[in-house]
Ligand binder design. Structure first.
Ligand code: SF4
Length: 365
């Protein structure tokens, strides 16, 4: 196995570079060039170093190395799978739920995930950072809507901004009285942990609002020693962290991988928050699982790890209708399951324990 030498490496952005580093096959190059012409490619040295080029099923490679399968769009897939455009009152803002907005500051990321739900909107070939006018218009919108309690900085990846610029943005937001929470969605601590410098951590702390950071990672191997140190620097500075992961076929769609990932988060003091069902982004069907499989994995996970390690399994409803928890449910009305036969008529509910055994609860009052 020949892994990338971090000291001399730069981010890989061209299929020819992926081939030269043994991360893709030369035979696939024509297809990969077609994929790269449509969807951005970037593999940082830290991520490249995690990939085992000798493993055709490497779970890190599956997330970042393009594949010819991305050229095949399935019915139902959509360039705006979670309906951002339906809730965009001004440039840079998505206002889907009453008390919070997404603030999309940048359209670039440290790495480009092959399953990205915003893959049609991000990358060097797409729009870049918000113009100054658009930024001010977005701030005006937030100021004018006193119901906005939480601003979620997303993108792209907001930690691609310089600490100086990020600090200015944090101060602008915290100066708005009704904004109490600023949440940052990022993959930088795993993709390029060196960016989490002392200056960056200082920029994230702001008077007048609480900062939360949501880390996107999908496999325990992403939580390297350096990634853990980057997260610890933020948490030690008083910034709480939660996780976001995507359920991905061939990456984490087995209970052992999910268990290792959730345990790794909790060991890093990061509370597992969301496990997203894969969105219907174009050319990503090969990475999606079924909802039934996701529910079974959640059942299996509950049998193996504590509540601290349990994320919510959620689906973003296509069309912009927001997230919905998609189970599984452990509680049902008694007599609602086929084949159960006669039950005590006084029993109201059936509830399933972590071993899968069914119990009755409670008797009717
Ligand atoms: S880091 Fe997030 S926004 Fe960027 S490519 Fe990955 S999923 Fe998309």
């Amino acid at each position: 196995m020949s892994r990338i030498n971090l000291k001399s490496a730069a981010t890989l952005r061209e299929p020819t570079e992926l081939v030269a580093h043994g991360l893709a096959s030369a035979a696939d190059l024509p297809d990969l060039e077609k994929v790269a012409a449509r969807y951005a490619v970037a593999v940082t040295p830290d991520i490249a170093a995690l990939i085992d080029p000798g493993d055709p099923d490497d779970p890190i490679a599956r997330q970042f190395i393009p594949s010819a399968e991305e050229l095949v769009a399935q019915p139902g897939e959509n360039a705006d799978p979670i309906g951002d455009h339906a809730h965009a009152p001004v440039a840079g803002i998505v206002h889907r739920y009453p008390d919070r907005v997404l603030f999309k500051l940048v359209h670039v990321c440290a790495v480009y995930c092959r399953f990205c739900f915003r893959r049609e909107m991000i990358g060097p070939g797409k729009a870049t950072a918000l113009s100054s006018d658009a930024y001010n218009g977005a701030l005006d919108y937030i100021r004018a809507h006193s119901e906005i309690w939480e601003v979620i900085l997303t993108g792209g990846d907001p930690l691609m901004l310089s600490p100086r610029r990020l600090g200015e943005i944090m101060a602008d937001l915290a100066a708005i009285d009704h904004v109490k929470i600023i949440r940052i969605h990022t993959r930088v601590p795993v993709a390029d942990p060196a960016r989490i410098s002392a200056e960056m951590v200082a920029a994230l702390k702001v008077e007048g609002a609480a900062t939360w950071v949501a880390l996107h990672a999908n496999h325990a191997r992403e939580l390297t020693r350096k990634a853990r140190a980057a997260c610890a620097a933020m948490i030690d500075a008083g910034i709480p962290m939660v996780s976001q992961s995507v359920l991905l076929r061939g990456v984490n769609d087995n209970v052992a991988a999910l268990e290792a990932l959730m345990r790794a988060f909790v060991e890093c003091r990061i509370k597992p928050y969301y496990l997203h069902h894969g969105d219907l982004a174009p050319g990503t069907a090969h990475l999606r699982t079924t909802l039934e499989h996701g529910q079974q994995l959640m059942r299996d996970l509950r049998g193996r790890v504590s509540g601290l390690c349990q994320p919510d399994y959620v689906l973003d409803i296509p069309g912009g209708y927001g997230k919905a928890p998609v189970g599984p449910s452990y509680l049902s009305q008694a007599n609602s399951s086929p084949g159960e036969g006669e039950l005590d008529p006084e029993t109201r509910y059936r509830i399933v324990d972590y071993c899968g055994d069914v119990h009755r609860y409670p008797p009717k009052p």
